[in-house]
Design a protein around this ligand. Structure first.
Ligand code: PMP
Ligand code: GLU
Length: 400
């Protein structure tokens, strides 16, 4: 065995990614599993986007590209930021990476030194704290309250900022809660940030397009132009266009930061897949009607799942503004024993027993930093969701 790097101290594998592997293994054993674990759209990538990928292969666009992405894709990204977010990024202010995940990782690697703090509102996407640790920084977790709709309040943000704070990671609509911020709510936060000129803002807008009626998406650099020069606006095609496997994410930000991120990428993965980049050009420049139809589908499923969970004994589920997750509390289930004889002490016990006894795969709340809760990704067919709700209600009804 080698001696492993101290960089890995306190870092664990992604629980959401691990669950995908576990579900595959259980299915291979012949078990019938309803997978509501991994967060990815269940639709196929739209045909015109696939065609663009195939054309890239057939026309020999299969070589290394510029590290930060082909010019055509950077132009498409710039046009997207202008069209959707009123943000004017030039080509030097844009980088394309292997998923939003790599873009986030590059940004943290490029900026964090030991002792640097990164404010992460909880519940958070599982990867943020561990990415910060891998990059040598210290996560500073701020727990939001269900009473506040899982939104960080301006006083909470203000109180969390120290002289060591380097970044705020902001993610709305949120994974795992689906919480969004109205432009006014966001402005109240950016007002705080304007008073702290040393804090940078990393806005993860990956769920931008999955926004339900009554909620209007906005992004920090848009509502607070004064923050433009210290904001990295991250986005990608994975969730919006059902392209998780293509691995294309991108960001707009200050030239120096983008250049530092490019250096890291040039020494790690070089460029994102050339074929995927051409598909992403079509995703961003081509017809956008897929987005509205996906929202309609997700809205119907959201309502099905929220109602189904609130009908389960001991479960309480707020209504999300966007994304395709719900994050119900199971406070009414802890301390009880399942039909199979498991005592539920934690949300991990709940999710393990639910998987074992009913075949419904979900992610336990501790992975996202707020308990006792669990996350359901409702990117699954109405039929499967209905079946899953029946099983969860039955599981909860039998708790004693
Ligand atoms: N941010 C959030 C909040 C996510 O849920 C995901 C999904 N894995 C990502 C970023 C990264 O997605 P991708 O790497 O597929 O672009
Ligand atoms: N973002 C998705 C999730 O949270 C995909 C898996 C991952 O990268 O975490 O489930």
């Amino acid at each position: 065995m080698p001696h492993f790097s101290a960089t890995l101290d306190g870092v664990k594998p992604s629980p959401t990614v691990a669950l995908t592997g576990l579900v595959a293994a259980l299915k291979a054993q012949g078990r019938e599993i309803i997978s509501l674990g991994a967060g990815e759209p269940d639709f196929p990538t739209p045909q015109h986007i696939c065609e663009a990928g195939k054309n890239a292969i057939d026309s020999g666009r299969t070589r290394y590209t510029a590290v930060d992405g082909i010019a055509e894709l950077k132009e498409a990204v710039a046009a997207k930021f202008a069209r959707d977010n009123d943000l004017a990024y030039g080509p030097e202010q844009i980088i394309v990476g292997t998923g939003g995940k790599q873009v986030l990782f590059n940004a943290l690697m490029a900026t964090l030194n030991p002792g640097d703090e990164v404010i992460i509102p909880a519940p958070y996407w599982v990867s943020y704290p561990d990415m910060v640790r891998l990059a040598g920084g210290t996560p500073s977790i701020v727990e939001t309250r269900v009473e506040d709709g899982f939104r960080i309040s301006p006083p909470q943000l203000d109180a969390a900022i120290t002289s060591r704070t380097k970044w705020l990671i902001f993610n709305a609509p949120s994974n795992p809660t689906g919480a969004g911020y109205s432009p006014d709510q966001l402005k109240a936060l950016t007002d705080v940030l304007e008073r702290h000129p040393n804090v940078w803002i990393l806005s993860d807008d990956i769920y931008e397009h999955i926004a339900f009626p009554g909620y209007t998406f906005s992004t920090p650099a848009q509502v607070a132009p004064a923050l433009f020069d210290r904001t990295l606006t991250v986005n990608g095609v994975s969730k919006a266009y059902a392209m998780t496997g293509w691995r294309i994410g991108y960001a707009g930000g200050p030239v120096d930061l983008i250049s530092a991120m490019r250096t890291i990428q040039s020494q790690s993965t070089t460029n994102p897949s050339s074929v995927s980049q051409w598909a992403a050009v079509e995703a961003l420049n081509g017809p956008q009607d897929f987005l509205a139809s996906a929202v309609t589908t997700f809205l119907r499923r959201r309502d099905l799942v929220v109602a189904g969970l609130n009908a389960a004994d001991g479960v309480s589920c707020p209504v999300p503004d966007g994304a395709f997750y719900v994050y119900p509390s199971i406070a009414g289930c802890t301390g009880k024993t399942t039909a199979g004889g498991t005592v539920i002490e934690t949300d991990e016990d709940f999710c393990s027993a639910l998987l074992e006894e009913t075949g419904v795969a979900t992610v336990f709340g501790a992975a996202f930093g707020v308990s006792p809760n669990f996350r359901i990704s409702y990117a699954a067919s109405d039929e499967l969701l209905t079946k899953a709700m029946d099983r969860i209600q039955d599981f909860c009804a039998k708790l004693a």
